[in-house]
Ligand binder design. Structure first.
Ligand SMILES: [Zn+2]
Ligand SMILES: [Zn+2]
Length: 540
């Protein structure tokens, strides 16, 4: 989700020629209508949230079904949020209004882009204010008791089980956030805390690149003639800055999300040993304090000397050490199979191909269609053909549509397969060399480098996956499109691993197929790009 949001907001910021609203052509009028649109977004969020909490209260036994409906409601809400923001920008004239009142001597003032984004940010924050009730209900009241009982047990006998030791190792650090060290942390916290957490979790990562983009735009606005005089220098500096931002991203994310090193203890020792065994290098293992809001993990950093593995507090608290190790294996799998690098090259090549295709074929056709439509309906501006054609003011919208569809379809297709590959590596992380093993004793020899794949490793990973759905309140089989376009559903991921349990050859066949798919995709893109460049060359 955050990836699509980033592309969307970047395009909104890059675009400048927002049209004036038809009919109500005062900036104040536009602002008033835009405020109305934001209230409509908030009202829809309230409706979705209320519907779910009522349904759950009425028939608590049909939780899965209610959750699936809630996820669908959230998807519709995302569309409402994006749609109404676009309507406010283009039809109600918010984009135009900002550029009317936020200017001095005919020049736009710094912060124009930030103001342009305000209705979206306001709508998003109000959404979280109302979704708080539904998300709290989705996490369920019954879970709190189990949690309390286990923590009490850990307090009495911290070393009696590995899980208890786990919690004890964390106690000094995580629970410091709460007033009493041995009271369970607030299951869901206050509404303000929830909204602030969502802003930090969902928006911080998206807004970092957007802030960089806006900064670059401001620099060009301050020195309009710099580009002609210093074009090459600016290009070189720009590329150097971009590369260093990419490399330093782990540091930026660490600061933005307030990540701290995982406290010393048995769990940390175990994870470090596992990383060693898998031949995986990282700078540190970090803990993400989400006030128990979410069980998740990620790996950040393209280069091994500045790379973090991150676990949320809830994951460390609810998962057994074996399961945390399996999750680490999944993250290591992404690095081992070079997924980030592949995504980067794949997306860069795709953008080049799509950009050339749109410039050469899509926009000229749209320009002609636009001109014909404007001729047929005189209500439309006569310049419509020019505006949606090449270099037209509105050309960004068809480009945006094509780009988003492509990312959903092509990148989603690729990403779901890579996630499955990482899942398999997660199984290997906890596997011994015995393909028919019946369980691992205390000192089972797990294979180095993730070369083994045994039933115990697979079962541990399946347990971890099921827990991700359970703890996060995600529907296992019908989580909604926005939850699953990138990762597939937990149900399908588990089903694949279970089929591998039955027949190990399925895994080998999957790896072969994926390798072939990756080569075909990359080769196809390179071929297309070469073809397009040759065609361009002929025309020049
Ligand atoms: Zn993953
Ligand atoms: Zn085994």
């Amino acid at each position: 989700m955050s990836f699509l949001l980033m592309v969307f907001l970047a395009l909104v910021c890059l675009f400048d020629a927002y049209p004036a609203p038809p009919g109500l052509a005062t900036p104040g009028g536009s602002a008033a209508w835009t405020a109305g649109a934001v209230l409509l977004i908030a009202a829809h969020a309230l409706f979705v949230s209320r519907l779910f909490t009522r349904r759950l209260a009425r028939s608590p036994g049909r939780r899965e079904r209610a959750l699936a409906r809630y996820e669908r409601g959230r998807l519709v809400h995302q569309i409402v949020l994006f749609g109404l923001f676009l309507v406010a920008l283009v039809v109600l004239g918010w984009g135009w209004a900002v550029r009317q009142f936020w200017r001095l001597d005919g020049h736009p003032l710094p912060g124009t882009e930030v103001l342009t984004l305000v209705p979206f940010l306001a709508g998003q924050i109000l959404t979280w204010v109302f979704f708080y009730d539904a998300d709290r209900a989705a996490h369920g009241e019954g879970r709190g008791h189990r949690h309390e009982a286990r923590l009490a047990c850990a307090a009495v006998e911290p070393a009696s089980s590995t899980q208890g030791a786990n919690a004890a190792a964390l106690s000094a650090d995580t629970w410091l956030l709460t007033p009493d060290a041995w009271l369970p942390p607030p299951r869901f916290g206050s509404r303000t805390g929830y909204v602030l957490f969502q802003v930090r979790q969902k928006l911080a990562l998206v807004l970092i690149p957007i802030a960089l983009l806006i900064a670059a735009k401001e620099v060009f606005r301050l020195f309009p003639s710099a580009w002609e005089e210093w074009g090459t220098v600016i290009n070189c500096v720009g590329i150097a800055v971009l590369a260093s931002v990419f490399v330093c991203m782990p540091l930026i994310i660490r600061a933005a999300l307030g990540l701290r090193p995982l406290p010393a203890g048995p769990l940390r020792d175990r994870l470090v040993a596992t990383a060693d065994r898998l031949g995986f290098r990282c700078t540190d293992i970090l803990l993400w304090g989400t006030r128990g809001g979410m069980a998740n993990a990620m790996v950040i950093g393209l280069v091994p000397w500045l790379r973090y593995v991150v676990f949320t507090d809830r994951l460390i608290e609810e998962f057994t050490p074996e399961e945390v190790e399996a999750v680490l294996g999944h993250e290591v799998g992404h690095i081992r199979h070079q997924h980030m690098l592949y995504y980067l090259v794949f997306l860069t090549l795709s953008m080049m191909v799509l950009g050339t295709l749109a410039d050469d074929y899509l926009l000229p056709v749209l320009g002609r269609v636009g001109a014909a439509v404007a001729e047929a309906w005189p209500v439309l501006p006569a310049s419509l053909g020019k505006q949606v054609g090449p270099n037209g003011d509105l050309a960004v919208f068809p480009m945006l549509t094509v780009l988003l569809c492509y990312i959903f379809l092509a990148f989603g297709f690729l990403s779901r397969r890579c996630e499955r590959q990482a899942d398999v590596f997660g199984c290997r992380a906890g596997s011994c060399g015995e393909p028919n093993c019946l369980g691992h004793g205390r000192e089972a020899a797990l294979t180095p480098g993730g070369r083994g794949l045994c039933p115990t490793g697979i079962r541990t990973f399946i347990r971890a996956l099921e827990k991700v759905a359970d703890v996060n309140g995600i529907s296992r089989d019908r989580p909604g499109f926005l939850q699953s376009w990138q990762h597939s559903t937990i149900g399908r991921r588990v089903a694949f691993l279970q089929s591998v349990l039955v027949d190990a050859r399925i895994e080998a066949a999957f790896q072969r197929r994926l390798r072939r798919t990756k080569w075909v995709l990359m080769g196809g893109l390179l071929l297309l790009l070469t073809g397009l460049l040759v065609l361009h060359g002929v025309r020049w």
